[in-house]
Ligand binder design. Structure first.
Ligand code: F6R
Length: 241
């Protein structure tokens, strides 16, 4: 695990963008695993800026997102389909046919999980971007999720719904379930880039770096992965000794 310490959110976003742009330069057909939420937003802004300034093309890039809420139409502003479209896809030249997110409205959600896992297997993720939940979740793999899980339907922890309520009018509106890549799906990617910013993530980053591996703290599985880079800012690393 390589740890890159930066001073703040902006620096984290810039370093992460440099990291990914280098990968795209080396492999224009990169398969990129993406996350939503506050953490990668600055990274996406940097990629958009780079596109404007340097014209980096994503024509041959494939993107595969971690998760999607169940029950929110893709057109709902709080769906992860909308998040990705607004914050990244519509600003790049990436063909929408190359961008994958789970369908949280599928009539047969089990079948959708199987379909999504086969996309992951077929495309093979080169670099997976991750944020981390305050409870150590990655994707929507909440504490207690088996490390052997592939893409599945998950019930969000109450603390996760609370943390995500900031995007909704009220906590009641936050969906209770999601489809998420499983821990085993995430571990299939060749390389992982985990980002963490701010004091709110300090406990989680501290626990991750303590090295103890347990299904009660999903991110700890990353110690089993051979190629993980963490870019974290001073706030996120504030209680790491
Ligand atoms: C998002 C995701 C989640 C978030 C995590 C942190 O697709 O899978 O694991 O990365 O909840 O969220 P933020 O970045 O909003 O603090």
């Amino acid at each position: 695990m390589e740890i890159i310490q930066v001073s703040n959110y902006e620096e984290m976003s810039k370093r992460a963008a440099e990291f990914l742009l280098k990968k795209i330069e080396q492999n224009p057909s990169l398969a990129l695993g993406l996350a939503t939420g506050s953490t990668p937003k600055g990274l996406y802004e940097q990629l958009i800026l780079d596109r404007k300034e340097h014209g980096t093309s994503y024509e041959h890039v494939t993107t595969i997102n971690l998760d999607e809420y169940i029950g929110l139409p893709a057109s709902n502003p709080n769906s992860y389909h909308s998040f990705m479209k607004e914050n990244l896809f519509r600003h790049l030249d990436i063909p929408l046919s190359n961008s994958y997110l789970p369908n949280g409205e599928a009539a047969d959600l089990q079948k959708e999980c199987t379909r999504y896992e086969s996309i992951i297997d077929e495309k093979g993720i080169d670099v997976q971007v991750l944020g981390i939940g305050q409870n150590g979740h990655i994707g929507f793999n909440e504490p207690g999720t088996s490390f052997n899980q592939t893409t599945h339907i998950t019930t969000l922890a109450q603390s996760t719904r609370q943390a995500n309520a900031r995007f909704f009018q009220s906590i009641e509106e936050v969906p209770k379930q999601a489809i998420t890549m499983g821990i085993a799906s995430i571990m299939k990617s060749s390389e992982i880039l985990l980002l963490a910013s701010g004091a709110k993530k300090a406990e989680a980053v501290h626990q991750l770096l303590s090295g103890e591996i347990s299904e009660d703290f999903p991110a700890s599985v990353l110690h089993h992965h051979p190629h993980v880079t963490i870019i974290a800012d001073d706030g996120a690393l504030s209680i790491v000794t």
